[in-house]
Design a binder for this molecule. Structure first.
Ligand code: NAD
Ligand code: TYD
Length: 356
């Protein structure tokens, strides 16, 4: 791996991955990252503002849409790409319910374009790593875990589009013998996440004393992983994972949404109480998830024993320390927050006429 094209590197996980890689001891001096991103509302060059100056020879940003095959081909040839790490996607379930079209375009057609470009240059390609989600498996009841062998059963247009892209990657492995690896990861949290997702939305609303829109009764369960642990897992797979294989990545950290929101409220109250003295838990508002998120998956939980046994990966950050770090990061970065909130202020306000 020398010239690594990272798609979607200005998004939440992509930008954390680029930061992780550039500081990783095994990221050698002759390696280079080419970040290809369309800069949607979720993609911000500001998330990597310090990087070009700090790593002038090792990092390049190139504007580009993965749905535009010609532009992608040009990037691959201009920069002599030998490795692709594919993050670019439309990633928010709620948006996929309102406007599924872009999800099919970017997540399915965009991935297909990259695979085509990759296979036509197979002789000089080293690896295609596809970053995916545990949501492709659908919803769990109270027991059991998602394993690599769990049948796909996606519920939302988002998860269906990611499932399609996973199938395409596997089909290219079987049919064209391309060297590819896949990872299916649980919910991430950490710095630079667009504040429409549960954790950053709740941090920012709670900090400023706004209502906290909890879907249903907040009993749905997610398995949380600190983003840096995810990035480390991806890099392990890229370096040492078996070609053609899929690895599940998870946090061993199942939490009900309501418990996550209450933790955020309590940490913030401890750091900086509201001027009114009101406990932030009183800001919680239960909203109708049948309207906002029809088909809301009940529970996700990952069995990550394969990556643990084969590659020695396990999460390192605890939820308590990771959440506190994340809260401090959002409070310390109001410029970034204002900038990204401005992009979609209407969307971020959409819950307030849905109070049950
Ligand atoms: P994000 O929405 O924060 O970022 C997506 C990035 O992709 C943005 O920089 C955006 O500009 C870019 N992008 C979107 N459409 C594009 C296009 N057509 N061409 C080029 N760039 C485009 O997403 P994220 O949360 O960082 O997720 C990254 C990947 O990880 C996705 O594939 C997602 O499915 C997967 N994933 C996310 C989570 C999670 O909890 N966030 C968990 C597991 C897997
Ligand atoms: P989200 O962060 O959108 O991730 P995903 O749907 O991909 O798991 O949502 C996480 C959980 O939080 C999910 O059960 C829906 C719930 N949720 C709320 O209760 N309120 C909110 O404002 C949001 C965005 C999510």
């Amino acid at each position: 791996m020398k010239n690594i094209m990272v798609t979607g590197g200005c998004g939440f996980i992509g930008s954390n991955f680029i930061r992780y890689l550039l500081s990783a001891p095994d990221f050698k001096e002759d390696m280079r990252i080419i970040n290809a991103d369309k800069l949607t509302y979720a993609g911000n060059k500001e998330s990597l503002a310090d990087i070009p100056g700090r790593f002038p020879g090792q990092y390049v940003f190139v504007y580009g849409d993965i749905c535009d095959k010609g532009t992608m081909e040009k990037i691959v040839d201009d920069y002599d790409i030998d490795t692709m790490c594919h993050f670019a996607a439309e990633s928010h379930v709620d948006r996929s319910i309102v406007e599924p079209d872009t999800f099919v375009q970017t997540n399915v057609v965009g991935t297909f374009n990259l695979l085509e470009i990759f296979r036509r240059r197979k002789d000089r390609m080293v690896l295609f790593h596809h970053v995916s989600t545990d949501e492709v498996f659908g919803s769990l009841g109270k027991f059991d875990y998602f394993r690599e062998t769990t049948p796909y059963n996606p519920s939302s247009p988002y998860s269906a589009s990611k499932a399609s892209s996973d199938h395409l990657v596997r089909a290219y492995v079987h049919t064209y013998a391309i060297p590819a690896t896949l990872s299916n990861c649980s919910n991430n949290y950490g710095p630079y996440q667009y504040p429409e997702k549960l954790i950053p939305l709740m941090i920012l609303n709670a900090y400023t004393g706004k209502k906290l829109p909890v879907y249903g009764k907040g009993l749905n369960i997610r398995d949380w992983l600190y983003v840096k642990d995810h990035c480390r897992g991806i890099w392990e797979i890229m370096n040492r994972g078996k070609r053609g294989e899929t690895y599940n990545i998870g946090g061993d950290c199942e939490k009900k949404n309501i418990d996550v929101v209450c933790m955020i409220c309590d940490i913030l109250d401890g750091m900086e109480p509201l001027k009114s003295g009101q406990p932030r838990r009183e800001l919680i508002n239960f909203v109708d998830d049948k309207k906002l998120r029809p088909g809301h998956d009940f529970r996700y939980a990952i069995d990550f024993s394969k990556i643990q046994v084969e590659l020695g990966w396990a999460p390192e950050e605890s939820f308590e320390t990771g959440l506190e770090k994340t809260i401090r990061w959002y409070l310390k970065n109001p410029e970034w927050v204002n900038l990204v909130q401005k992009k979609c202020s209407e969307w971020l306000q959409r819950h307030y006429n849905q109070v049950t």
